[in-house]
Design a protein around this ligand. Sequence first.
Ligand code: SAM
Length: 287
Amino acid sequence: MSLSAVDDRNADQIAYWNGPGGHHWTDRQQLQDLVLGPVSAVLINRAAPKAGETAVDVGCGCGATTFDLAKRVGPDGHVTGIDISEPMLNRARELAPGGASIDFILADATVHPFRPASTDLLFSRFGVMFFATPAISFANMRKALRPNGRLVFACWRTPRDNPWMMLGLQQAYKHVPKLPEMKPEDPGPFAFASEERVHRILSEAGFARIEMERVDLALDIATGRGLDAALESVLTIGPTSRALEGQPPDKIAAATQSIRDMLKDHLKGDTVPLGGSIWIVTAANGG
Ligand SMILES: C[S@@+](CC[C@H](N)C(=O)[O-])C[C@H]1O[C@@H](n2cnc3c(N)ncnc32)[C@H](O)[C@@H]1O
């Protein structure tokens, strides 16, 4: 299985999600799904998939939300998960519940020839912030929607609103060099933090009735398993792990100690709940 049509402008992301990013997510998939459980709960409720509907889960990764959607649309519905990451899709295929009405496509959502007007719901949990040309990608995905179809996705608000991702990084920066600075519109987890930008992209792509709701959540990065588990979470996924990659062992050890000390202050029983903040974005097919 290989990626067929791709937009070359997404080449860096394709390399990342088939390389270190995809492997980290695949390794941590089960725990990451627990950490992000509160996001899924809010998002699926907002998307309100109904029995018999068809949905596309964009950037579905290892498939957790694809399976949730499939449960809601039932045997008369269908869910397609699309992703550029072969390792993540392989895991999704392994985990897919038998008999569920699901298929997975290894493809770039920017250019994939979706079956026109075939889908009730375009859905994503954090899978749509990585496009080099987002208005073009969303215009392409919109073609899959039925005339009365809807778009519902979650994206992160600013780094400052997301201490669950940034607190570890601040500690790491006491010991290792900063990551190359990203511009606010560069593809990446925070690319859709700006409300104005998301409205602009979706309007350009032909969506209507665009709404963005801020939702603040506590994310337990320890998944109920105490301080060591929280530390492992910070060290293996997200910006802190990227900042520590390839650094000398003594620097990594010093950063690890600083992060552990910081996390201790947030420990509540066996949980380490840290603040996360997302937009739930909804829109209708503008026709
Ligand atoms: C942060 S992960 C989220 C994965 C999954 N939705 C979840 O919540 O567990 C982002 C996902 O978007 C996928 N992705 C990035 N660019 C894409 C593109 N152009 N087409 C399809 N998927 C893409 C990545 O491969 C990755 O699986």
